[in-house]
Design a protein around this ligand. Structure first.
Ligand SMILES: Cc1ncc(COP(=O)(O)O)c(C=O)c1O
Length: 378
């Protein structure tokens, strides 16, 4: 059994989450976890370093095999070798897809800030369409999307499972979205980086929905969230349409080496030898989620969106009555959450519950005490 309760000291190793913002606080923000990475990955990286020789790598059969086996076993679909393009990480992969397409981008809010910044980075216009929220349940608002769409929009960027609301979109929702994209001739850029951390429901890779979806999509993923290795550069773009793939490869050409020495090892060990670790992680995170949801529900003025996937959750602070909940919790509780303003919902914060239970408990104790104190003072 993996001991996810272990406190791993992550200070002093240039870890952004812990040391980048100065001051003493419990970091519950940026999306990496406070757990050790899986043993098979550590061993693979050490063994590779011990060879004492680096250099350019190529993408060998084993890499394709572990990816295709992962998709067959987890998502019951085939990924052909030719469909895969390696990129350094998911966001540059999405960025290049948007630059390649050129037109305006449609996305749903709240949304992961780096996706919200894609239009600015790709120099395109944007249609931000809010998800529809009913009693804390978020879903796509097809009527509003219809109204916002015009012929300048050429690409839809989706996060599924969704960061920050933690939704795993159902087949029916995805089919409706595919029909919407088809009617408006939109390329789907589907960011599925959180797909291997699902607690409820079933992740359906967008390209596997239909022939139409296959021909008009770029699906991006990597093991970086699942195995907690975001700094090791590798991600994959799955592009079944050969013409689209050629255009994408052309735009990538010369920008980076297709795959790094350590990325090769991390990918093979992650998809190939960490399944038991991943299952144990999901069990631990699910228990953290349940604990967190119960605690937040008991705090007057806060509520949390029920999370189906990812170790990120969306806390509704609208009843708290403070201008910036993120600043309030940082100052009054010493807990650093992500600011909802960056996701287009300033009265929310995003919590990262990918940490030992004791850390989560301490953060929630402090949040509860800060809210209580504020109520008493008013
Ligand atoms: C939805 C989503 N996409 C992409 C990323 C970052 O991906 P990468 O580090 O591979 O660029 C994150 C990280 O939090 C994320 O939540």
């Amino acid at each position: 059994m993996v001991n996810f309760d272990e406190i791993v000291d992550r200070r002093g190793i240039s870890a952004q989450k812990w040391d980048d913002q100065g001051g003493e606080y419990i970091p519950m923000w940026v999306a990496d976890m406070d757990f050790r990475i899986p043993g098979p990955i550590t061993e693979a990286l050490k063994a590779r370093i011990d060879k004492g020789t680096f250099g350019f790598s190529y993408i060998d059969d084993e890499m394709y095999q572990v990816i295709s086996r992962h998709y067959r076993e987890q998502y019951h679909c085939e990924v052909e070798r030719d469909w895969i393009v390696f990129v350094p990480s998911v966001m540059p992969g999405a960025n290049l897809a948007c630059r390649m397409t050129g037109g305006d981008i449609m996305l749903n809010t709240p949304m992961y800030p780096h996706i919200r910044r894609l239009p600015q980075e790709a120099h395109t216009g944007v249609r931000e369409v809010p998800l529809k929220e009913t009693n804390g349940f978020y879903e796509m608002d097809f009527e509003a999307m219809e109204e916002a769409c015009d012929e300048n929009v050429t690409v839809f960027v989706m996060s599924n499972p969704h960061n920050p609301v933690g939704r795993v979109f159902t087949r029916e929702e995805l089919e409706q979205l595919e029909e919407f994209c088809r009617r408006h001739h939109l390329l789907m850029v589907s960011d599925e980086i959180h797909c291997d951390l699902v607690f409820e429901g079933e992740h359906i890779p967008y390209f596997s929905l239909s022939e139409e979806a296959k021909q008009n999509s770029i699906t991006l993923t990597s093991g970086s969230k699942t195995y907690n290795i975001p700094a090791i550069p590798y991600a994959i773009a799955i592009i079944p349409n050969p013409e689209l793939r050629k255009r994408y490869q052309d735009i990538c050409y010369g920008l980076f080496s297709p795959v790094s020495v350590l990325g090769v090892e991390a990918l093979k060990a992650g998809y190939g030898r960490c399944e038991e670790w991943r299952r144990e992680l999901i069990d631990y995170l699910r228990a953290n989620r349940d604990y967190m949801e119960e605690r937040i529900a008991a705090i007057d003025g806060l509520s949390v969106v029920h999370n189906q996937a990812t170790y990120l959750a969306w806390i509704d602070c609208r009843k708290l009555g403070v201008e910036s909940p993120q600043k309030f919790f940082l100052k009054e509780a010493g807990v650093n959450f992500n600011d909802g303003a960056d996701f287009a919902e300033p009265e929310f914060v995003r919590i990262n519950f990918g940490c030992p239970r004791s850390q989560l408990k301490e953060a929630l104790d402090r949040v509860e005490a800060a809210v209580k104190k504020r109520k008493e003072e008013r």
